[in-house]
Design a protein around this ligand. Structure first.
Ligand code: ADP
Ligand code: MG
Length: 715
């Protein structure tokens, strides 16, 4: 069958929904690659594949002026070819072009499939070279540069001199480099420009000083001036964040228009008895305030969606427990979901111990639960005899039913995907109150963008009597000193964590680091004097459990672990946290890990081990850790350090929306503007049914995020 011609495709509802293969210069092969590598399927996807940075193409460097710490990640220079060479064969084949100008020389390198380059390059001729400079033993080289003969380069007119650089992947770059993207997007532009429909009403554009969508899309790809580029970026970010805010604000309106929140009117025997007789310590003022806020919500008649932020060790668990007892006092069941087996077991043990003799039935259900435990917990949840059910993801399985679930606690929020959370409240006809707890502090508007419509409580105070943890940074060469220190601490009866990074759960490399480290430690800390336990994600749950148990009970002096222990583990006698390859961890993760020590009375230490060679950013992270233990300050710094380039940071990965340009952690001002804009727009037209709001309705639907079934999904 012949493919329909590009120009006959306009019959579809929206032209931009056509497949990207019909864009001149793309075709089936590249379309498949685009989908596989960048998830670009439709023309719209391609048009929304924005440059991630811009370079000044009017600037032509001299080779001698390109230094090892360039201000620009990309450079352009004119140079004459002095020779070529091949090396290697097959997949390892390498083609090198030697070039020079009066100020110096450089090598241009292509790996495999560079036949056409080999054919077209002429020794003695001058070319314009464009690419990312790298240095090897002080010699400049450029891998897979773009080259053009001078005639062509000089004839090319770049309006403002600004050229977008497109993200591509290794597999794709052979077929589509940044120039390739420029070309196909230009082709797309010629055919699709007049099919772009405006999303915003005239009035809104005017009020917020926004340029039209079409102009914005043109300038984001082909900036006519730095000012127009800025306006284009602003407009496109505005659209994305407004799309999200329209959804959140209408969720909120509909939640606030229903008065179907469970009522916890009674402060009954369980809550009072626990508070007066069982609580082992007085609550901090911050904890009291949050408990009050939750009580306020649960007697309001509205369903609660509350995010509780509190630094590591600030005592969120007991707040959750008090709330769950409040639910029980009012005849409702509660459940608490933790991100790991270990943490769920620990919560279960703590809560069971704290509620001993109170007459509440606490149960546990995890993926590792044996049939007996599983059946008992599931039956108890279904017949209402279990008051508090603690568990992992296992709780969201459809087979888990509750007689009357009134309160849900989700601990360490950022570990859960939005979809998983959403399934929790489909367990009732009426949505339970939700308390989400996290140690990652984020502003409310941002939190809403990530988690939907919710209110925020903060525990901004640590329990009294905590000694600040001493944090130091050692290079790997100081390992002997580290070992000496560990021996001393162990001799004093203390316990030590040694943590290895685990970047990707599947990477066996990471486990190799850990197992090598474990073996080395076992040599340096031999039995019977020292007992070393190991715990990582690839072990069987029973074995993990056993290691954790040994460490908790003081039967092991050292626990070697991956970052599985990051979240929530509570062993007060452990006073030393050694973090191996600390430069590979993010700031908030380092802070979380450090929070594992300093829980008992003893002076605690956090020792960050790293190699000698550190990037500037890694050094800043480690320095920050040594300087402060304030989680809020570290979180702020983390955002700054990660900067705009890293859209895939931990916070971002929590967002259910596919954002192309806005970064809610950085574009806070636009976030606030669009929040107010959404409120105003919906106040005038709640359903967006007016004809002038048709574009807004499309925008809202586009950012409803099929994945984003958030807190108020049940009507
Ligand atoms: P996180 O907020 O990190 O989850 P936890 O709830 O695990 O913190 O509490 C950390 C430790 O502090 C626990 O051992 C807990 O018993 C203790 N704790 C909590 N609140 C107080 C308090 N008000 N006074 C003293 N210790 C407290
Ligand atoms: Mg906790």
């Amino acid at each position: 069958m012949r493919l329909p011609s590009f120009f006959y495709l306009c019959t579809m509802r929206d032209f931009l929904d056509n497949g990207v293969q019909y864009v001149p210069g793309v075709g089936e092969m590249r379309a498949r690659l685009l989908e596989k590598e960048l998830r670009i399927v439709t023309m719209r996807d391609l048009l929304w594949h924005f440059p991630y940075r811009y370079i000044d193409r009017t600037r032509v460097y001299r080779i001698g002026d390109i230094d090892e710490n360039p201000g620009a990640a990309y450079v352009q220079f004119r140079a004459r070819v002095t020779g070529t060479a091949f090396a290697g064969a097959g997949r390892k084949r390498r083609f090198t072009v030697f070039v020079s100008d009066p100020t110096g020389s450089a090598e241009l390198v292509w790996f495999n499939s560079a036949k056409w380059i080999e054919k077209s390059i002429e020794v003695g001729r001058e070319y314009m070279v464009f690419g990312k400079p790298s240095f090897f033993r002080g010699e400049l080289s450029v891998i897979h540069p773009e080259i053009e003969n001078m005639e062509k380069a000089l004839s090319r007119k770049v309006e403002s001199g600004l050229q977008g650089i497109y993200s591509t992947t290794e597999k794709l770059s052979n077929s589509l480099g940044t120039k390739g993207f420029y070309n196909i997007i230009l082709n797309l532009w010629h055919t699709a420009a007049d099919k772009i429909e405006e999303t915003l009403p005239e009035e809104i554009m005017h009020r917020y000083g926004l340029i039209p969508l079409r102009e914005a899309l043109y300038n984001i790809h082909f900036p006519q001036s730095p000012e127009l580029l800025r306006q284009a970026q602003y407009r496109l970010k505005f659209d994305e964040l407004l799309g999200i805010q329209l959804n959140i604000q209408s969720q909120r309106t509909s939640r606030m228009s229903r008065r179907d929140g469970f009522l916890f009117n009674r402060v009954g025997g369980l809550f009072s008895k626990f508070y007066n007789e069982k609580l082992p310590f007085p609550l901090t003022e911050a904890q009291k305030r949050v408990v009050k806020e939750i009580r306020g919500d649960t007697v309001s008649g509205f369903q609660m969606n509350r995010l509780l932020q509190g630094d590591v060790g600030s005592g969120k668990t007991v707040v959750a427990l008090l709330s769950m007892l409040l639910a029980a006092d009012n005849g409702f069941q509660a459940c608490m979901m933790a991100p790991t087996e270990i943490l769920a077991r620990q919560h279960f043990a703590t809560i069971k111990r704290m509620t001993e003799g109170l007459g509440v039935n606490v149960a546990i259900l995890t993926g590792a639960s044996k049939a007996r435990e599983r059946n008992a917990s599931m039956e108890g949840a279904a017949d209402g005899s279990v008051h508090i059910l603690i568990g992992t993801h296992a709780l969201i399985e459809d087979s888990v039913r509750f007689a009357n679930l009134g309160f849900v606690v989700i601990d360490e929020q950022h570990r859960f995907g939005v979809e998983q959370r959403a399934r929790m409240w489909t367990k009732n006809l009426q949505p339970p109150h939700i308390l989400v707890m996290t140690a990652t502090p984020i502003p409310r508007t941002l939190a809403m963008t990530l988690y939907g419509d919710l209110d925020v409580s903060v525990i901004d105070q640590l329990p009294p009597g905590r000694k600040p943890i001493k944090t130091v940074h050692y290079y790997d060469s100081a390992r002997l000193r580290l070992f000496g220190f560990m021996r001393k601490q162990i001799a004093e009866g203390r316990q030590v964590y040694v943590v290895y990074p685990l970047i990707r759960e599947s990477e066996s490399m990471d486990y190799k680091d850990l197992t090598d480290g474990f073996e080395a430690l076992s040599r340096d800390f031999p039995l019977p004097e020292y007992r070393v336990a190991v715990c990582h994600g690839q072990m069987k749950p029973e074995d993990k459990e056993e290691s954790m148990r040994q460490f908790k009970n003081g039967e092991a002096d050292i626990l070697v672990a991956t970052s599985v222990i990051e979240v929530g583990v509570d062993v007060p006698n452990a006073t030393v946290m050694v973090i191996e390859s600390a430069e590979r961890f993010g700031l908030s993760q380092l802070h979380q890990l450090r929070g594992r020590v300093g829980r008992g009375g003893g002076q605690s230490y956090c020792i960050l081990m790293s190699g000698e060679k550190l990037s500037r950013e890694a050094r800043q992270r480690l320095d920050a850790m040594c300087e402060t233990s304030d989680g809020f300050r570290l979180a702020e710094l983390d955002l700054k350090l990660r900067g705009a380039g890293d859209i895939n940071g931990t916070l971002q990965s929590g967002t259910p929306f596919d954002l192309k340009i806005a970064n809610p952690t950085l574009d806070t001002q636009i976030l606030q503007t669009t929040q107010q804009a959404a409120i105003d727009i919906l106040a005038g037209d709640p359903q967006l049914s007016r004809s002038e709001n048709a574009g807004l309705l499309r925008l809202k639907t586009q950012y409803s995020g099929e994945k984003n079934t958030d807190f108020s999904m049940i009507s």
